[in-house]
Design a protein around this ligand. Structure first.
Ligand SMILES: C[S@@+](CC[C@H](N)C(=O)[O-])C[C@H]1O[C@@H](n2cnc3c(N)ncnc32)[C@H](O)[C@@H]1O
Length: 440
C-alpha cells in the first residue's frame, strides 16, 4: 500500500469504529476481513495509526477546536476521522503534503484552511497544552471527572496519564505444566524475553508484543495471556485442590484457567455464564492447558433453577462481574468513548443482582469473591457496602490478611479490598473483595 492508501484505510477504519457498537478490535477484524487484499504489514501499520489516534483523541480534538479547524464543530464520521488522522500525522512529525495524496487519494488531501491548521500544529513542541483540562490531558470522558476526582484526588492526572499508555503483555504461567522459570526458559528458546511480574508469582511480562499463536510455549499450554491484576484476583479466590469452586461469570475462562491450576486439577470447578458463545470459547484454552476438572454451565440468569439446586454447596464462588471496563482502557482505548452514564447505571443494577444470586451458592464457612476491572466506586466499594447491608451472613476478609499466605510478599494495598491501577501497581485497574459466609 502507498502511504496515502494506508492513511485512507486508517480514516475509514476509525469512522467504522465510531459508527459500530462493537469493540474496536472486532470492528477492525471485520474491516480487514472484508479487505483481504490488505497484507499483514499494512494491516499492522493501519491499526497502529488507528490505536494511536484513539489514545490521543481528546488531545487531538482539543487542538482542532483550539486552532479553528474547519470541521471542528462536527468531528464525527469520515471527516472527523480524517481531521484526527491528519493531525496525528503532524504530531508524528510528518507533514500531510499534497504530494502524499496524489491520484486516487486526492480527496483526502488537506484543503488550504486545513493546511493552515496543520502548519500551526507542526509548530507545537508537545501534544499537551497548559490550558487543557484534566479530562483532555488524561483522555477520559468529561462526565467521569467528578467520580475520578473523588477517587484519585491530586493523583488524578497522573493516574489517568498511566491509563493512557499502551499496556504491557502479561502471561500467566500454567503451573499444571511448568514452573515460572521453566516457562521463561521455553520462551527464551524462541527468542522471547520475559521478566517475572512483581506482584503475581505466576506472571511473566514480555519485553515486546509477539503473535502468540506462533509461539510453541503458548501452543503447548505453558502460558496464557492474562494481565497481572487479573491473575491476582483469581489467586485471591484461594481455590485449593479438592474444593468445590464456582466461577460465576466465567466468560471465555481467563480466571477459570488460573483457578483450575491452583486446584491442581482436583475437585469440582463449575464455569458459569449467560453467554454460551463465550463459554464455548473457553474449550480450546482449557484443553491446551491440560485442565480436566471444569464443568461448563450456561445459565439463564438469576432465576436459573441450577442456582437453587446448587445453593450453599461451593467452598469458593468467584463473581467476575460484567462492568464498565474502566480499568482496561490501556488495552481498549475506544471503550471509553462508547461508555455513557446510562451504561454505568445499568451495569450497577446488573452487578447487584448477579452478586446476590451468586451469593446463594456459597457454603457457610466458604468465601465469595467479587471482582471487576473497573475503577469506579459505584461498581466496587459501594456495591459491596450495599451487599453487606442486605446480607448479614457475610463479612469482609481484609485482603492484607490473606496476601502473605496465598500470594506471598508484601501486600501492595492497605485493604480491606484489592484496588489496583496502572500507576500504582503497573497492572490494569482491578477491584477485588473477599467475603466469608459465616458458619452456622
Ligand atoms: C468480566 S467478564 C468475565 C471475564 C472472565 N471471568 C475472564 O477472566 O476471562 C463478565 C462476564 O459476565 C457474564 N455475565 C453477564 N451477565 C451475567 C449473569 N447475569 N450471570 C452470569 N454471568 C453473566 C458475561 O457474559 C461475561 O462473560
Amino acid at each position: 500500500m502507498t502511504p496515502a492508501a494506508r492513511l485512507q484505510a486508517a480514516i475509514e477504519l476509525l469512522a467504522e469504529i465510531e459508527k459500530s457498537a462493537k469493540p474496536a478490535d472486532s470492528a477492525a477484524s471485520a474491516y480487514f476481513r472484508d479487505r483481504r487484499y490488505i497484507g499483514a504489514k499494512d494491516r499492522r501499520a493501519v491499526a497502529e495509526t488507528v490505536w494511536r489516534v484513539l489514545r490521543r483523541k481528546s488531545r487531538l480534538d482539543w487542538w482542532l477546536v483550539h486552532l479553528e479547524h474547519p470541521d471542528a464543530d462536527n468531528l464525527t464520521g469520515q471527516w472527523g476521522a480524517r481531521a484526527r488522522v491528519l493531525a496525528d500525522l503532524v504530531f508524528e512529525g510528518v507533514q500531510p503534503d499534497p504530494e502524499l495524496f496524489r491520484g486516487a487519494h486526492s480527496a483526502y488531501a488537506p484543503e488550504p484552511a486545513e493546511r493552515r491548521v496543520m502548519d500551526m500544529l507542526s509548530e507545537q513542541k508537545s501534544i499537551f497544552h497548559r490550558d487543557m483540562p484534566p479530562h483532555v490531558r488524561g483522555e477520559y470522558p468529561e462526565w467521569l471527572t467528578p467520580r475520578l476526582t473523588a477517587l484519585f484526588g491530586e493523583r488524578l492526572v497522573d493516574e489517568m496519564g498511566a491509563m493512557r499508555d499502551e499496556a504491557p503483555v502479561d502471561l500467566r504461567v500454567n503451573t499444571l505444566k511448568a514452573s515460572r522459570e521453566d516457562a521463561a526458559r521455553a520462551l527464551a528458546k524462541e527468542d522471547i524475553k520475559s521478566t517475572p511480574t512483581k506482584l503475581s508469582p505466576l506472571g511473566l511480562r514480555l519485553a515486546r508484543r509477539v503473535p502468540l499463536v506462533q509461539v510453541q510455549a503458548w501452543r503447548d499450554g505453558l502460558v496464557e495471556v492474562q494481565d497481572e491484576g487479573s491473575q491476582l484476583v483469581a489467586l485471591l479466590t484461594d481455590a485449593r485442590p479438592g474444593m468445590a469452586v464456582a466461577d460465576y461469570c466465567a466468560g471465555a475462562g481467563g480466571k477459570t484457567l488460573c483457578l483450575a491450576a491452583a486446584m491442581e486439577n482436583k475437585g469440582r470447578l463449575v464455569a458459569c455464564d449467560v453467554a454460551e458463545w463465550r463459554v464455548d470459547r473457553a474449550g480450546d484454552r482449557l484443553r491446551r492447558a491440560g485442565v480436566h476438572n471444569v464443568t461448563k454451565r450456561v445459565i439463564g440468569g438469576e432465576s436459573d433453577k441450577w442456582i437453587k439446586r446448587a445453593a450453599a454447596s461451593f467452598d469458593r464462588v468467584l463473581v467476575d462481574a460484567p462492568c464498565t471496563g474502566t480499568g482496561t482502557w490501556r488495552r481498549n482505548p475506544d471503550a471509553k468513548w462508547q461508555l455513557g452514564e446510562t451504561d454505568l447505571l445499568e451495569l450497577v443494577g446488573r452487578q447487584k443482582d448477579i452478586l446476590a444470586s451468586a451469593a446463594r451458592l456459597t457454603k457457610p464457612g466458604g468465601r465469595l469473591v467479587y471482582a471487576t476491572c473497573s475503577l469506579l466506586a459505584e461498581e466496587n466499594e459501594d456495591q459491596i457496602a450495599a451487599f453487606l447491608a442486605t446480607h448479614p451472613d457475610y463479612e469482609v476478609v481484609p485482603v492484607p490478611q490473606l496476601w502473605g499466605e496465598i500470594i506471598g510478599g508484601e501486600c501492595p494495598v492497605p485493604g480491606p479490598y484489592l484496588r489496583l491501577s496502572p500507576l500504582g501497581h503497573g497492572t490494569d485497574g482491578f477491584f477485588g473483595a473477599v467475603m466469608e459466609r459465616k458458619a452456622v
